[in-house]
Design a protein around this ligand. Structure first.
Ligand code: SF4
Length: 114
């Protein structure tokens, strides 16, 4: 089976073709750098995304957050449920952990000061 992907690792957006057999990539073409090849492999085997959102602070304001690394696409719904239930105590600085281990030892971190 052949799959076409647009690489999302940089704004160039290379078109990548992946030949997949038994759920594994056997041929990858069209990428311009190693990041694109790694993205295509990951997208076929276990697609992942960084989740960005906001968490409610104790004063009612919203603190911008993101997962420190991409989480499995299949885990995004569970991650969003945890984010929606979370509350953060102020003050918060960029990079502070807002929710520990939100998925597979990946923390949710603040992306803004509050
Ligand atoms: S393959 Fe490399 S150059 Fe092409 S879009 Fe992906 S990261 Fe950018």
């Amino acid at each position: 089976m052949k799959t076409s992907l647009t690489c999302i690792e940089c704004p160039i957006g290379c078109q990548i073709e992946v030949e997949v057999e038994n759920g594994k990539p056997v041929s990858i073409t069209g990428y311009s750098c190693p990041r694109g090849k790694a993205y295509a492999e990951s997208e076929v085997i276990c697609p992942r995304r960084v989740v960005t959102s906001t968490v409610k602070a104790t004063d009612g304001t919203l603190v911008p957050v993101k997962t420190e690394r991409p989480v499995k696409k299949s885990d995004i719904f569970a991650v969003m449920q945890k984010i929606n239930k979370a509350t953060v105590t102020l003050p918060v600085k960029i990079g502070d952990i807002v929710v520990e281990n939100i998925s597979e030892d990946i923390h949710l971190i603040a992306t803004g000061n509050a």
